[in-house]
Design a protein around this ligand. Structure first.
Ligand SMILES: NC(=O)c1ccc[n+]([C@@H]2O[C@H](COP(=O)([O-])OP(=O)(O)OC[C@H]3O[C@@H](n4cnc5c(N)ncnc54)[C@H](OP(=O)(O)O)[C@@H]3O)[C@@H](O)[C@H]2O)c1
Length: 268
């Protein structure tokens, strides 16, 4: 029988301390996986790990990691293997939108956005590869964005990074598919995560206004994306690889932000 069952599988979820990553970690644990959540803010990660573990009975471990740093990414993989002895699933979820009109975007901000939203997935996938090769059911899911499909004004680096992530996914799917590793991406629409709510507020938007333009007339919630990630790592998608699935309430759902004159001083 093919199912959503993740029993005995081990998953790393980057950015698992908040928003989409946290919802994905909880959903995977509810379906039987043991989990490593990674991010920079250890205290928050540890609280989330404890809460998911208590609620689901699964083992959930927090490992402090900056996904832009090759050595820290290797330590994340090594720590996972030390804890669980194997790795089956990698969710490249850590990321963020740094919005600047292109003419005003300092080069270091551009580079940082590409490192966070694209290079990090390469570093994590490459470091995970030797262990994913040993899994009999290996899957990678990377969180791209609608901004990487349509482009967003103010998001030259972010949109390019997220579009690059979709092509990165296609290439590793082709290279690693014959070895039993599937790779897919999700083009995330407007989802009311902690990070998104903070940045929408800067542009005078909120969950209601961000949801009003898509065909389904509501903003997304982190669980909407976690559900897609569960499909992509489960047996139900065992003949699907190299794809990007838009989960966004339907076409045209980017809301007013696509036309906003975006500038943020504090978008670190
Ligand atoms: N929400 C949306 O509307 C939306 C739309 C399109 C795409 N997405 C994508 O979905 C993914 C999840 O976003 P979210 O909405 O859940 O936002 P979020 O709540 O801001 O989550 C982002 C996570 O990434 C982690 N992170 C950021 N920089 C990192 C770094 N250098 N190293 C390790 N971890 C890092 C953060 O944890 P720490 O601060 O602890 O490091 C945080 O847990 C992102 O890739 C985002 O671009 C979201």
């Amino acid at each position: 029988m093919t199912t959503f069952d993740l029993k005995d599988r081990v998953a790393i979820i980057t950015g698992g301390g908040t928003g989409i990553g946290k919802a994905t970690a909880r959903l995977f644990a509810e379906n039987g996986a043991n989990i490593v959540i990674a991010g920079r803010q250890l205290e928050r990660l540890e609280e989330v790990a404890k809460s998911i573990s208590e609620d689901t009975g699964q083992r959930v471990v927090a490992i402090q990691t900056d996904v832009r740093d090759e050595d820290q990414v290797q330590a994340l993989i090594d720590g996972t293997i030390a804890e669980f002895g194997k790795l089956d699933i990698l969710i490249n979820n850590a990321g963020g939108a740094y919005m600047f009109p292109t003419k005003d975007m300092p080069p270091d901000r551009f580079r940082n956005s590409i490192e966070l939203n694209l290079t990090s997935a390469y570093l994590c996938s490459r470091a995970a590869l030797p262990h994913l090769l040993k899994s009999d059911n290996a899957a990678i899911v990377s969180m791209s964005s609608g901004a990487g499909v349509t482009g967003v004004k103010g998001g030259a680096a972010y949109s390019a990074g997220k579009a690059g992530l979709q092509m990165f996914t296609r290439v590793i799917a082709a290279e690693w598919g014959p070895k039993g590793i599937r790779a897919n991406a999700i083009a995330v629409g407007a989802v009311a995560s902690e990070g998104a709510l903070r940045s929408w507020e800067r542009f005078g938007m909120d969950a209601d206004s961000m949801g009003e333009n898509n065909p389904l007339r509501r903003v997304g919630w982190p669980i909407d994306i976690a559900n897609g990630a569960l499909f992509f790592v489960s047996e139900l998608s065992s003949w699907i690889t190299g794809q990007t699935l838009s989960i966004d309430g339907g076409p045209g759902g980017m809301g007013g932000i696509a036309d906003a004159d975006l500038w943020s001083e504090d978008n670190e």
